[in-house]
Every structure is written in C-alpha cells, then in structure tokens.
Design a protein around this ligand. Structure first.
Ligand SMILES: *Cc1c(COP(=O)(O)O)cnc(C)c1O
Length: 486
C-alpha cells in the first residue's frame, strides 16, 4: 500500500519491509510496532495532485537566489542579545554529517549504537564537569524544554517527600520562558523585583515561605549581569525547604570560570545551541540538557544514558523518574556538535571563549556609554543592555534597529528584557575582532547623530534591503502564511 505523508513523501510500506532484513530487528518498521495497514484507506491519496512541476535547474536557482537574501553569522556581525550567536566551527558540521552518525535510526538496537550512546554519555559527563552538577541528562530538545524537565523534576522531588508546594519565585530579570515553564509545570508564579539589576537576599527572604517550591533565576540574568548574591540566596531558599533552579542559557559567560553547581544551585538547564556552538535561529534546532544535584537524580527524565563496564545503555528502570519527554532520545546532531566543540576547545579553550565573550560585551558597553543611555552601570558579562531614553528626534529603539540594517548589521534584540524601557540588548559573538566591534559601535554612534540631525533617516529605515519596514502590527495579527492564495 502506498501512503503519502503530509510532506508529499511517498511511503511505501511494502518496499520498506522488502528492503529490511527480517533477521535484523530494529531496521524495519515492524520494530516500531507500526501495523502494516496503519492508515485507513479513505485517508490515503492515490496520486499526488497539484504539485508544481519544475526543472532541477529552476529549483536550484530559486533557492540559491533566496539564500543570498538571507543574513546569518556567516554574512556579518549578528549581535542578537539573549540568543547567543555563537562561533560555529565548520569542523563540527563535518562531524555532524558523517554517515555513520547521521544514518543511525533511533530504533536501532543498543548493541549496534554503542558509539552514539557513548558520545551522549561522555557529553553528559563533560557538562557535569563544566557545571558542577552530579548528573546531566541530554534528553530535552530545547532550552525551554530543559526548563520544563527541570521544574517537573523539582515538583517530583517535593511530592516524593509528601510536600507538594504551589509557588515559584521569579525575578523580573528572568528570561520570558521561565514564568511560562513554571506555570506549565503547575505552579503559581510570584514575580519578585531586582534591585540595581540584581536580586537581593532581602527580596528573596521577604517572599520565601513554606509554600515556595523553587526560586527560578536566570544567571547571568537578562541584563547581562551576574547575580552576585547567589550563594546567600540559595541558602535562604534551602533553609525554607525550597530548591533553586538556574536558567543556564547564558553559561557562555561562565564556562571554565565558575560552576553553578558550586554556588548552591540544585537544577540548571544548558542551551547547547547557544553555549556550545550549533547554528540556530528562527526557533530551532535546540538541545537543553539538565544538570542536577545528587538528590534529584532519581527524578530526571528517562531513559538516561549510563555506562555499564565497557558498555553504554539507556536505563529505563527508573521508578521515580518524571518519564519520557520525547519519543526518542534527544537532538543528537546538536549533542554531536557540542561534544566536538568541547573536545576541540579543551578546558582552557572554553574558559578563553567565555573571557572573550565578556570582554567583547564590556568593550561595546564602554564605547557606547555616553551615546546611549545605560540604565545599569555594573560590569557586563556576555551582553549589555542600553535604552533609547537619550535618543533625539522622536526616534526609538525600533528605528535604531531598522537603521542598523542599512548599515549592514543584523539588529540586536530589542524591547527585551522588559525591565528596561526601550531596551537595546547587544551580545557580540566571542570571535568578533576589535575592528568589527569598532565598526559596529561607530555605526551606532552615527545613528544616534542621525536621530538628532535627520531623524527621518531612522523613521524611514531600512532603505536598502529588499524588504522595507513592515507594518509590524498587521504582520503579527494577519500573517500571510501562504506564498500563493488558492
Ligand atoms: C534562549 C533562552 C531560553 C530558551 O531556550 P530555547 O532553546 O529557545 O527554548 C531560556 N532562557 C534564556 C536565558 C535564553 O537565552
């Protein structure tokens, strides 16, 4: 029977079965328990209709032309704060395309996938070493997915002690996904205020009671600042029986220098696609491993990659686990790149990458302070947040972002974090040279001058790219999702 998937892919079960070797379980669809005629006949199309017919040459030219309209880290400076546009060594891409790694089906029996399981295991170990946690799972498929895994783990730990709690404290400098995650995990979110850009012990103490399951803190926070009171804050939370969750997406400012596990934090997720290379954007792809202290290990998602003598295996026998979060075992291509990155950089290289990320952000802070309002003066870590308060000519953050496109740059993150009105959040990649940072800063300074002398240059920007300024409201409310009507 021939079935057409949503992608138009012709899936011929008979062919698949004929080509698979019945003696080697795990290579055929039968190993996935897909019954032979799994789709009712009336749902299966007989033929593909209405597909455009184009020659290969036309298709190649179409996509090649479109690709030249794109802007990415390989085209130029990409200072998108919070998203960490990391250096992505090309050798990682070579590793990620190796046929022996790309062609492994997730249902392949474990004795045939010792190499990939071993890589996952050693990545878990490397991340545990870098972060100071007792164990790390690599299952979650994004940062926010890691947050959910971590918060459900916290929930399971409390419940196993017969002590279900209902609240999670979240500072105003947290990433936007944090309150969404806490709420999805069934908690009431209690927002708490930062003071001078960081969280104070007194603020946590004032909100900490016996119904608080956890404090969920982004560190370094979304202002690009290190939470200097974190050790004492962890003590306060622990004294009242709570746990501390750290959003570790910004670990690229700390790796090789300080370990969240040593600061008293109980659970943290990593963003492999930010801190440990992998090109990303537009919502994916991602990988969000989670590290925990020893007491929380039994509750982590299953299966969990373990080492048994010389063998690696997926341990499913974990009665207290929060269960599976994915059909399979995580986003392997990203784990592979992260592993290649960690091994090729080594301990000293990782530390150097953090140091340069921090240096670059501070360089931009120092060069633009005075031209742009800097609401928090503390030394930056990996990113720096300005505001549009001092801009003249009725110009705002959006105008600066659009004008930067005319200067050939990808705009920074804007209007986030919410604690800064008109935020301009700049995160320079650690591999950018001083020349590039200078050129970018000079463009930013020139734009502030244009706002004063000729503000329409900003209001009408961008002038140069193929797409001029969008009507952002209509684009958000009535998006055109089809390339052609009908
Ligand atoms: C990117 C980011 C997240 C979310 O990660 P995704 O992989 O996009 O789900 C969470 N917290 C912080 C601080 C981030 O920068």
């Amino acid at each position: 029977m021939t079935q057409l998937g949503a992608s138009g892919l012709v899936l011929n079960e008979k062919l698949l079965f004929e080509h698979s070797d019945p003696g080697r379980k795990g290579y055929s669809l039968s190993a996935l328990d897909v019954p032979e005629a799994s789709l009712p006949d009336e749902l299966c199309r007989d033929e593909i209709s209405g597909f455009p017919e184009l020659s290969e040459v036309d298709v190649v030219r179409h996509f090649t032309r479109l690709s030249t309209w794109n802007y990415g880290v390989d085209s130029g400076f990409y200072p998108l704060g919070s998203c960490t546009m990391k250096y992505n060594p090309k050798v990682n891409e070579v590793a990620a395309r190796m046929p022996g790694l790309v062609d492994v089906h997730p249902a392949t029996p474990q004795h045939l996938t010792q190499g990939t399981l071993g890589l996952m295991y050693h990545l878990q170990e490397a991340l545990a070493e870098i972060s100071g946690f007792a164990a790390v799972t690599v299952q979650p498929a994004a940062g926010a997915h890691g947050e959910l895994a971590g918060m459900l783990t916290i929930r399971a730990w409390h419940e196993a002690r017969g002590n279900a709690r209902s609240k999670v404290l979240i500072p105003d400098t947290a990433h936007g996904t944090n309150p969404a995650t806490a709420s999805l995990a069934g908690y009431d979110v209690v927002p708490i205020a930062s003071n001078g850009g960081v969280l104070s012990v007194a603020e946590v103490e004032a909100h900490m009671d016996d119904d608080v399951a956890a404090l969920m803190v982004t560190n370094p926070n979304t202002l690009g600042l290190f939470e200097t009171n974190i050790e004492e804050i962890c003590k306060v939370v622990h004294e009242r029986g709570g746990l501390v969750y750290c959003d570790g997406a910004n670990l690229n400012a700390l790796m090789g220098i300080a370990r969240p596990g040593d600061m008293g934090i109980d659970v943290m997720h990593f963003n492999l696609h930010k801190t440990f290379s992998t090109p990303h954007g537009g919502g994916g792809p991602g990988s969000g491993p989670v590290g925990v202290v020893a007491e929380l290990i039994p509750f982590l998602p299953k299966p969990f990659v373990v080492q048994d003598g010389d063998d690696y295996r997926l341990d499913d026998d974990r009665p207290q686990s929060i269960g599976r979060l994915l059909a399979f075992n995580g986003n392997f291509g990203i784990m592979l790149r992260a592993y290649a990155y960690i091994r090729s950089m080594g301990a000293a290289g990782l530390r150097h990458a953090s140091e340069i990320a921090v240096l670059n952000a501070n360089y931009i802070r120092a060069r633009l302070e005075g031209t742009y309002d800097l609401p928090y003066k503390n030394r930056s870590l990996h990113e720096v947040v300005f505001s549009d308060k001092d801009l003249e000519g009725g110009c705002h953050t959006l105008d600066v972002a659009k004008r930067l496109i005319d200067y050939g740059y990808h705009p920074p993150t804007i209007y986030f974090p919410l604690v800064v009105r008109g935020a301009i959040m700049i995160e320079p990649t650690e591999t950018e040279s001083q020349e590039i940072l200078d050129e970018f800063c000079e463009a930013m300074i020139a734009i502030a001058g244009e706002a004063r002398d000729n503000p329409d240059l900003l209001h009408d920007a961008p002038q140069l790219p193929r797409v001029r300024r969008l009507d952002e409201t209509t684009a958000a409310r009535k998006p055109k999702l089809k390339w052609k009507e009908g």
